[in-house]
Design a protein around this ligand. Structure first.
Ligand code: NDP
Length: 338
């Protein structure tokens, strides 16, 4: 691969220009560009520049509103409800951020429920900032129905990711971010692009039969949940938290009819932020450092998030490597007005 290395700021500016060229308000373009560049920088490649085409197609189709202005309301001491108004979840979360921090400061916990939102990215950028502030953050997002419940033959769930982040003494936050499907849909698409089979047990074809062909999974087939019936119940829990507690819609309620090319899932997101030292000191960060040390001592020398952080450090030193053809395409998209 011929790759050019560019800085995070350069990539962010490029992506912001692309969003601005595609029916997106400046504030939202800034938020999405930051999110997408951070994913590319950290090597979260299924949610970096690979997603640009999907964002553009969805915006151009009118399925998602790049100009939506979210409304965040503190409906109770610890409860914030956010109407994303068919805009992006990241912009909605940004609008709620001051209210979340205010609620945690006053009550020790905040629940933020976003509805009518589109989440097309990784979740770690949503939780990491709270852990950097010393809080525990947990989030769940539902999506498009492309995952079968355990034993089922028809997709009901989205790939329904969950993520959490916690502060750790003298270390970066511990961040875990994963789909509740065996594989994220973006990964299946990357396999399809490379014409590479996915491992056995990843998904089913349109008739509900097991397949390792990523094209068959994408063409009317579906993914399996991770961990058999137990993982299936976690996907169900995410569906309930993100699709029902928020007052949003379930994954199976997405309907792209009339929106040619649209890809972003219209769904919901639930965020819970906790001050772990609320009421009394739990010595939380030091204890987490001790827990991580135990994991390493037990033989888990690859903790969640370490791959991403290593990529981030490398990108900060030497730039973000991007395939030259891909970079040219982005530069063209940034230069042309639609
Ligand atoms: P992975 O299975 O690649 O990784 C899941 C988590 O496990 C990460 O925190 C990862 O850390 C960690 N991890 C990976 N390998 C190991 C290991 N050997 N030992 C210990 N920890 C490990 O993620 P998924 O494929 O499930 O999901 C990819 C992304 O897709 C996520 O960011 C998710 O939010 C996103 N997604 C978004 C959706 C949406 O609707 N917006 C839908 C579904 C998924 P590390 O990052 O360091 O590798």
């Amino acid at each position: 691969m011929h790759a050019e290395r560019i800085s995070y700021q350069e990539l962010k500016a490029l992506l912001k220009a692309i969003f601005l060229n595609n029916r997106t308000a400046s504030e939202t373009a800034d938020i999405l560009a930051e999110n997408c560049s951070a994913c590319e920088r950290d090597g979260a490649l299924s949610h970096g520049i690979f997603r640009v085409a999907g964002y553009i197609a969805s915006l151009r189709s009118g399925w998602v509103d790049g100009h939506a202005v979210p409304e965040a309301t503190r409906v109770g001491p610890s409860f914030i409800r956010i109407e994303a108004r068919n805009g992006f979840a990241q912009r909605a979360l940004c609008a709620a951020d001051p209210l979340i921090r205010q609620a945690v400061g006053e009550t020790g916990i905040a629940v933020a429920a976003i509805r009518d939102s589109h989440h097309f990215s990784a979740l770690w950028p949503d939780v990491e900032p709270f852990a950097l502030s010393g809080y525990v953050a947990i989030t769940a997002v539902n999506g498009l129905a492309n995952v079968v419940p355990h034993g089922g033959r028809k997709a009901v769930y989205g790939t329904n990711p969950i993520a959490f982040a916690v502060p750790v003494q003298d270390a970066p936050p511990l961040v875990v971010d994963q789909a509740t499907s065996v594989m994220a849909n973006g990964e299946v698409r990357l396999h399809a692009l490379a014409d590479k089979h996915v491992p056995q047990g990843t998904g089913v074809d349109r008739d509900g039969n097991p397949t390792t062909d990523p094209h068959a999974i994408l063409a009317g087939g579906a993914l399996n949940t991770f961990g058999g019936y137990k993982g299936s119940s976690i996907a169900l829990f995410v569906e309930i938290l993100a699709g029902a507690v928020t007052g949003g819609q379930f994954s199976f309620e997405n309907d792209f009819t009339g929106f040619e090319g649209a890809q972003t899932p219209k769904a919901g997101q639930l965020m819970i932020v906790i001050d772990p030292n609320w009421g009394r000191s739990t010595n939380f960060e030091a204890r987490l450092a001790g827990l991580c040390a135990q994991l390493v001592d037990a033989g888990q020398n690859r903790l969640p998030g370490t791959r991403r952080l290593a990529n981030r450090e490398e990108a900060e030193r030497s730039g973000i490597p991007i395939n030259c053809n891909e970079l040219n395409r982005l530069r063209q998209l940034a230069g042309q007005r639609s």
